[in-house]
Design a protein around this ligand. Structure first.
Ligand SMILES: [Zn+2]
Length: 398
């Protein structure tokens, strides 16, 4: 049977997509490598082990062996062996032997799956960015994911422009025009000011923060299956910790262990972040659970980024780890500033994944100390295709 047939059989028999079938087979191949395994060890990977096992067995990608316990001695024999090399009795003589069926994957499976995964990877990364992908993969043990709004959109949440558009619906025409102008040029803080100065309902920071909290709570698709977003793919990178500018709970909802949304005020020093094993989530711009922690206005941004802590944490992180920006547009002037400053002093290999980058944009990023990895995303159904393409990249980093 060819790999294509095997993938197709797994896809049809287990009612999973072809992509999931490739993932499943890759997981099996990575788990067992060229070690012996027992049939029931598949249970840790897939529930339907009888179906899966019979497909694998008929595929020809698996070799069978017999493990024979003969008194003190244990030996593994090819299946056509008839006699025990210790007592010379028939292997199948159950009075003297305990026989266990063992299996081993053929090397071909691993080789062919590697080629297949590389083809899939190349379908979402342009050749010119492949080197950066492999560089990122080589450094994956030191990566700290830094998540921006893009990773929360698939969970039903708004980006800044959409969030603001909803908030500005009650503005008078003249104010609305100016408000829209601010949004269109990406000046979200300016737009917030227009709201504060020209509405009654959203005239204070507190009103605005409460409104955003309500919005997030209403729209957030709690428990959304892993296929439809990338949060779990990012968690699977198993970094020392996570940083996000998002206010929502997606990371702490999908990760194991410490589920507390840390904000800057709750971190004593950079060592607490780097403390291996805890894998905490630092919400750099605050979290909806603590309305006051949320960085929304120009004043909030100025006081946050004037704070020496943020500089010293970033220096400590960039000195020993490599950042990986995902769903982060890097057009936040405040953050850009302190990032470039730290980079000037410390250097390091920090990566950013963005979609459909033009080579000129990529070159500008490289000059500014960011190693860009552009993913090809078909814009006809952007949101869904973005999740899929990013998923392929993140899975191939493991
Ligand atoms: Zn024997």
């Amino acid at each position: 049977m060819s790999l294509d047939n095997l993938i197709n059989n797994v896809h049809l028999s287990l009612s999973i997509s072809e992509e999931e079938a490739v993932d499943l087979l890759t997981k099996i191949s990575n788990t067992f490598k060229d070690n012996f395994f027992k049939k029931n060890q598949l249970k840790n990977i897939q529930d339907e082990i009888e179906i899966l096992f019979s497909i694998l067995k008929s595929s020809g990608y698996i070799d069978e062996y017999l493990q024979c316990d003969c008194g003190e001695e244990t030996e593994i024999y090819p299946p056509n062996t008839t006699h025990c090399e210790y007592c010379n009795q028939l292997l199948k003589n159950s009075f003297v032997h305990e026989i266990t069926n063992l299996f081993k994957l053929k090397n071909e499976l691993n080789n062919e799956l590697n080629l297949r995964n590389e083809e899939i990877l190349k379908s979402v990364i342009d050749d010119q960015f492949l080197d950066i992908f492999y560089e990122l993969k080589d450094n994956i043990d030191t990566i700290i994911p830094f998540l921006g709004a893009g990773t929360s959109l698939p969970l039903g949440l708004n980006n800044w422009a959409n969030l603001l558009n909803e908030m500005g619906a009650s503005l008078k025409q003249q104010d609305k025009d100016y408000f829209d102008k601010c949004i269109n040029k990406g000046d979200y803080l300016g737009a917030i000011n227009v709201l504060k100065n020209n509405t009654l309902r959203l005239s204070t920071d507190e009103d605005i923060k409460k409104h955003i909290v309500r919005q997030i709570e209403e729209k957030y698709k709690s428990g959304l299956a892993e296929n439809y977003h990338n949060i779990k793919d990012i968690i699977n990178l198993e970094p020392a910790f996570f940083i996000t500018t998002n206010y929502d709970s997606s990371l702490i909802d999908y990760k194991e262990g410490d589920k507390y949304p840390y904000t800057l005020d709750q971190i004593e020093d950079a060592h607490e972040l780097l403390n291996k094993g805890k894998q905490i989530v630092l919400h750099l711009h605050g979290h909806i659970r603590f309305t006051r922690s949320m960085i929304i206005t120009k004043e909030d941004y100025e006081s946050l980024y004037k704070d020496d802590r943020i500089k010293s944490y970033l220096n400590a992180i960039m000195g020993t780890k490599n950042l990986l920006f995902i769903g982060f547009s890097f057009d936040d002037e405040y953050f850009k500033d302190i990032y470039y400053n730290s980079f000037k002093h410390l250097g390091g290999q920090h990566f950013i994944i963005q979609d459909n980058l033009h080579p000129d944009e990529a070159r500008d990023m490289l000059k500014a100390g960011l190693r860009p990895l552009s993913i090809k995303v078909d814009t006809s159904n952007f949101s869904e295709n973005y999740v899929k393409a990013l998923k392929i990249v993140l899975k191939n980093l493991l």
